[in-house]
Design a protein around this ligand. Structure first.
Ligand code: SAH
Length: 522
């Protein structure tokens, strides 16, 4: 679990809170020269500082992206020695690592959806951000016991940015670290489902979309790792408006400067602290409010009525993750097909030439004869409100500032579930969204208690030593209770489940998925 208590979330939030925001002087802020004397905590910190010196402060999203997945020492992409990021020896522990029952119930959830949707052929199992591969291992082991479902699976896809984690996943799921190069990325045979390969790629956009396929997509603690942009609503009087726009390649001044409304969204940007304290683990970067509009501040806060509703609330902060929205849109389109393309404008004529300007025909949007498949998203974040001040750093199970030791600290932010739901519904005309519900509700209605009790009974009947049996029973018992703990600091409350399934109302019936208030349908 990234944050093992709400107090931890609160403690971590303070690092990104208003106290760490400083208004900078000058048009684009100060410039820093990379002094030979300055020592940086990591090579990535130095690279980032040098890049910012050249181009100006960067968005929180760009900072997160570099810190998490830079090939040059990102948190997930760096080579770890001895142990990885997960578990007691790593930085955080996630639900699949706490109890095998978590992944087993997710496998059963997929099976119930497959049954309810008429036992389709050509099933694709897809997981984004599989970590150690533990969830997929438990899911596939469970699925392999439902023979007809297992036979319907055509391919298993894992979307993973980290080469080291890909190897670890292969070790667990294929029994080998040797990945064979494949058209989309890499592959190796699945140890649970014979005749089925596991295929890895780095981005979901590389995966084939076929109208006859039924994709079942899993995202556990993936969206919280995707970069966020942060905006603060500040009156023009406190920060002078300017028509200059900060871009990754430097400031530009458009011919006709943007019309900046009175109260408007300013992006929070990251730059190095000029005079660090020199203490170990001191912050090397900080957040400042960009005085000038950025390409993202002009566009992203206008994309939902939820953000517009806050446009008059001074000092409100919103976090938006466009990358999360593009992933969820992809999920919805795979399940329900895309919305039809907007009607094309009438052919235009160039002023000097009266013949119509020729356009190559646009690619038609992906369509499915009937929607099929499902996506299950499990993560932490508020059920309906827009996250604010939630960027956090975790190292060795403790909250730390996100602005220390870039690449050695896990960075994450709350997931905006409502934004994900809105985007799924606007991306595909034939999907519906259920939840988010609390993880405690999802797992309890899926039968976590009953399944754990069965495992405990089985362990007690086994041939292990008394000490080993006691150890197993204790682990199972503590594990399931931790996953559904609804105390203010509990995983059962903080974590949520949300599902995207085919739109069922076409037949005049409403079907709730299991775990979201529905029953098993055959
Ligand atoms: N689902 C796992 C791991 C969660 S950590 C679990 O719950 O235990 C986040 C995972 O997403 C890691 O595997 C990380 O390498 C991967 N990841 C992070 N950012 C990514 C990106 N932009 N593209 C693909 N994978 C990414």
């Amino acid at each position: 679990m990234r944050a093992n208590s709400l107090s931890l979330l609160r403690t971590a939030a303070k690092y990104a809170g208003p106290r760490s925001i400083a208004h900078r002087s000058g048009q684009y802020g100060l410039r820093w020269s990379s002094s030979e004397a300055r020592q940086w905590s990591t090579p990535l910190a130095k690279t980032l500082a040098e890049a910012i010196t050249t181009t100006g402060p960067i968005s929180v999203a760009a900072y997160m992206r570099q810190c998490l997945t830079s090939p040059d020492g990102g948190y997930y992409t760096r080579h770890t020695t001895g142990h990885d990021q997960f578990g007691a020896k790593g930085d955080f522990i996630t639900s699949p690592e706490i109890s095998q029952v978590f992944g087993e119930l997710v496998g059963i959830w997929l099976y119930t959806e497959w049954l309810a949707q008429g036992q389709k052929e050509k099933v694709q199992i897809i997981e984004v951000g599989p970590g150690r591969g533990t969830l997929m291992d438990d899911v596939l082991r469970t699925i392999s016991t439902f023979k007809a479902f297992a036979r319907s699976i055509e391919s298993i896809y894992l979307v993973e940015a980290s080469p080291h984690l890909r190897k670890q996943q292969a070790k667990l799921l294929s029994g080998t670290e040797e990945l064979e190069e494949a058209e989309l990325g890499w592959k190796s045979p699945c140890k649970h489902l014979l005749d089925c390969d596991i295929i890895w790629c780095e981005d979901i956009r590389f995966l084939p979309k076929e109208e006859s396929s039924t994709p079942f997509i899993l995202a556990h603690e993936f969206f919280d790792a995707l970069p966020i942009h942060v905006f603060q609503n500040t009156a023009s009087s406190s920060i002078p408006a300017s028509s200059t726009i900060l871009t990754p390649t430097g400031p530009i001044t458009p011919k006709h400067g943007p019309q900046v409304p009175k109260n408007h969204w300013h992006e929070l940007v990251v730059s190095p602290i000029q005079s660090p304290t020199g203490k170990e683990d001191a912050e090397e970067f900080h957040l400042t409010v960009s005085k000038t509009p950025t390409p993202h501040s002009l566009y992203l806060p206008q994309t939902s009525s939820r953000y517009k509703a806050l446009s008059k609330t001074e000092n409100s902060i919103i976090e938006i993750s466009p990358e999360s929205l593009s992933y969820i849109s992809d999920f919805a389109i795979r399940i329900g097909g895309a919305n039809p393309a907007p009607p094309s404008p009438p052919p235009s004529r160039s002023p000097s030439n009266t013949s119509p300007v020729s356009h190559s025909p646009p690619t038609p949007p992906f369509q499915k004869p009937s929607p099929s498949g499902a996506a299950l998203i499990l993560d932490y974040g508020p059920a309906a409100t827009i996250p604010a001040n939630t960027l956090r750093g975790i190292r060795a199970h403790k909250p730390v500032s996100p602005f220390t030791s870039p690449g050695l600290v896990d960075l994450s932010a709350d997931v905006d579930f409502l934004a994900l739901a809105e985007t799924a519904l606007t991306s595909s005309p034939r999907v519906e969204v259920h939840g988010p519900v609390e993880q405690a509700f999802f797992l309890s209605t899926m039968g976590i208690k009953e399944r754990t009790e069965r495992l405990i009974r089985k362990a007690k009947l086994g041939k292990d030593s008394v000490a080993d049996i006691e150890e197993t029973v204790k682990r199972l018992d503590i594990g399931w209770k931790r996953l559904v703990d609804r105390g203010p600091t509990g995983m059962g409350r903080i974590y949520k489940a949300m599902a995207i399934v085919p739109f069922a109302d076409e037949k005049g019936t409403v079907r709730r998925p299991v775990g979201f208030g529905g029953d098993v349908v055959r």
